[in-house]
Write a protein that binds this ligand. Sequence first.
Ligand code: PEP
Length: 260
Amino acid sequence: MARTLMVAGNWKMNKSFLEGLVLANDAINHALGSANITVVLATPFIHLHTVGGMLKDYSHYMKLAAQNCHHESQGAYTGEISADMLRSVGAEYVILGHSERRAMGETDELLAKKASAAIKAGLKVIFCVGEPAEVRERNGQERFVKLQLERGLFNLADDEFRQITIAYEPIWAIGTGKTASPDQAQEMHAYIRSLVRQCYNNLVADECTILYGGSCNALNANDLFSKHDIDGGLIGGASLRAEEFGNIVKARAAKQYIRN
Ligand code: PEP
């Protein structure tokens, strides 16, 4: 089976309720016609239910995502949201392990619990990994990402792991305008796929969607998506600009037929 190609927009903590609905409407319009890939909108919690309704007519390829969830399903966790609660408002995906959340103290061990809880609740997970600048400077990126995967994800059973999309997001490239070169990204994606192959099997590795994230935009998307192991993008800043987001979606959709 061919792997899923995907462009996911991570809005982070941006947009009032009404501004978010305008952005979702525009993003949907600019992404229309790319049903050969999966388009994901990861909105703040406040938008999920309403944006989910807006995606209904396109739900065969446009999916709703949250940006975090708790590892327990319910209880006395003030301010938290569980994976079951996300499912109840129509989310199909959740982003976990984003470096901005790891920087707030989320450990690999906690992320392993969150990933299990999300999958048990029926969510798919976009799981982020990636090294900081100082690790890249000493060429330690492979070891760093390997540990993140081993501790955060590789405890999952085969059928659970198939609910995972990996996002390789070098921290030095996130929100900095400094993109990894297509060759640097491809090298890491191929390495990550080889780790999935070792831990699981050929089928799981070949089907695993691996996104690149880090200052991906409409100008560099085409070159990044030309690489064999780059299956799409996790887009931060550029996902707040609907037309540009749509152009990134179109860049990914246009390359679909080259790889299959
Ligand atoms: C992100 O936050 O996941 C991201 C990739 O951000 P940006 O595209 O702004 O670098």
